[in-house]
Design a protein around this ligand. Structure first.
Ligand code: CTP
Length: 411
């Protein structure tokens, strides 16, 4: 099963001839940064837009661009690369290549290679709006979809040819994200997953607030991973700098009270609720309507406790699987297992905050999972997206399967 998607995986990046070919350089960079081994195939017309040398230098491998003129080693390259590939991205995909793939034509390295591919393929069309709307192109794309290829809708906007409309290659980050989804197992199709993320902020006056150091990265990673695996995901997030994950219904909130309102509204609908938000436990009893002016030497703020959203969910839960997070500075096991019991959770993911590779602002996390049945699982330090996938693995197998199992009948 793909964890963070593409670490150590063999990925083929195929580049066709279009203005957007320059964006493929950035796609290559993102793949390499994520730890993939990338090989590049270029069509002949792609080489008019970007030099093969650029891809060669960045991928560290020679580019496959000619069937017959690169020595005997190259003669079976289309078969070898297809056999070894864990996934393929075609970006930009031109109308010509789309037409060839839809009709099984094999007259250049890319189309010949594609006939031998058995791994997931992401096709990213990019062309003039009228070409994209053309019936033949749309018919070919429908064929490719029904053949099992994943097609990314082009973005809309002003195109290089001056036309405005759909046809632009989406941003490399978006293509990279869709490719991760393409490689993920689809074991959460039909499941509704509610995720919370980020901090909440509790206003003191119009310019000041109480909050915490949560970045939202863990919750956003959970939402992305769940969407990649086919779930219908709603994300309720406190203020963060992160962009809405693709295909996820994202609701932005500020206070614990707002978060509670949305979570309780969505609860009934959810199969799984994963609360990774760092909800402020206390907020000012009263928020001042105007900025508090500097005056006395000492200022006392009166705080009152916010509702514990997860605890209420635990009391109200029926069919839902409940997952909490516990960020602790000491006594991880004691604190996490106490929260697991008190909040009536199925799993709690605990981590010690404070080190640079684990916790709030970090891209990695060192998590221990504590399960309702008393078992625990300590994970090594890994990317938050990878942690999210492992958590979803456990939810999908251990918890969702147990919930589905028929009750034993006594005779
Ligand atoms: N949580 C919540 N509502 C709150 C506080 C916490 O839903 N008002 C949830 C968090 O989203 C998290 C879990 O409870 O999933 C544990 O949060 P944490 O802040 O670690 O624990 P608390 O219960 O607040 O206890 P303490 O702050 O004393 O450690």
């Amino acid at each position: 099963m793909m964890r963070n998607g593409i670490k150590n995986k063999k990925v083929i990046l195929a580049v066709c001839g279009g203005i957007a070919a320059y964006k493929s350089i950035e796609i290559l960079r993102l793949l390499k940064k994520a730890g993939a081994e990338v090989r590049v195939i270029m069509t002949q017309s792609a080489q008019w837009f970007v030099g093969a040398l650029t891809f060669e230098a960045l991928s560290g491998q020679s580019v496959f661009k000619d069937m017959f003129q690169e020595g005997s080693e190259a003669s079976f390259r289309h078969i070898d690369w297809a056999r070894e590939a864990d996934g393929v991205i075609i970006a930009p995909a031109t109308a010509n290549t789309i037409g060839k793939l839809a009709n099984g034509i094999a007259d250049d390295p890319l189309s010949t290679f594609m006939l031998a591919v058995a791994s997931p393929v992401l096709i990213c069309p990019s062309m003039n709006t009228h070409m994209y709307a053309n019936q033949a192109v749309q018919r070919n794309l429908d064929t490719l979809r029904s053949d099992g290829y994943v097609v990314v809708e082009p973005a809309s906007g002003q195109l290089a040819c001056g036309t405005t409309g759909p046809g632009r290659l989406p941003e490399p980050e978006e293509i990279f994200d869709r490719f991760l989804g393409c490689l993920s197992p689809k074991d959460l199709v039909g499941k509704k997953i509610l995720v919370t993320a980020g901090p909440t902020i509790e206003p003191i006056d119009p310019v000041r607030f109480i909050s915490n150091r949560s970045s939202g990265k863990m919750g956003f990673a959970v939402a992305r991973a769940a969407e990649h695996r086919g779930a219908e995901v709603t994300l309720i997030s406190g203020p963060t700098h992160l962009a809405d994950p693709m295909n996820v219904t994202t609701i932005r909130v500020r206070t614990a009270e707002e978060m509670a309102g949305h979570v309780f509204q969505q609860m009934e609908n959810a199969d799984v609720i994963i609360k990774s938000a760092a909800v402020s436990d206390y907020g000012p009893k009263e928020s001042e309507a105007h900025k508090i002016k500097k005056g006395k030497n000492e200022l006392v703020l009166h705080l009152q406790q916010n509702e514990d959203i997860l605890k209420v969910l635990g009391q109200k839960k029926k069919h839902q699987i409940l997952v909490g997070f516990a960020a602790e500075t000491k006594d991880l096991e004691k604190n996490a297992t106490q929260k697991l019991a008190e909040k009536n959770l199925d799993i709690i993911a605990g981590n010690l905050v404070g080190s640079s590779d684990s916790g709030f602002e970090s891209d990695t996390n060192t998590v221990t999972l504590f399960f309702k049945d008393g078992t625990t699982e300590s994970l090594p330090t890994m990317e938050k997206l990878e942690v999210a996938h492992i958590l979803l693995d456990r939810i999908a197998t251990k918890v969702l399967r147990a919930a589905k199992a028929p009750k034993s009948t006594k005779n």
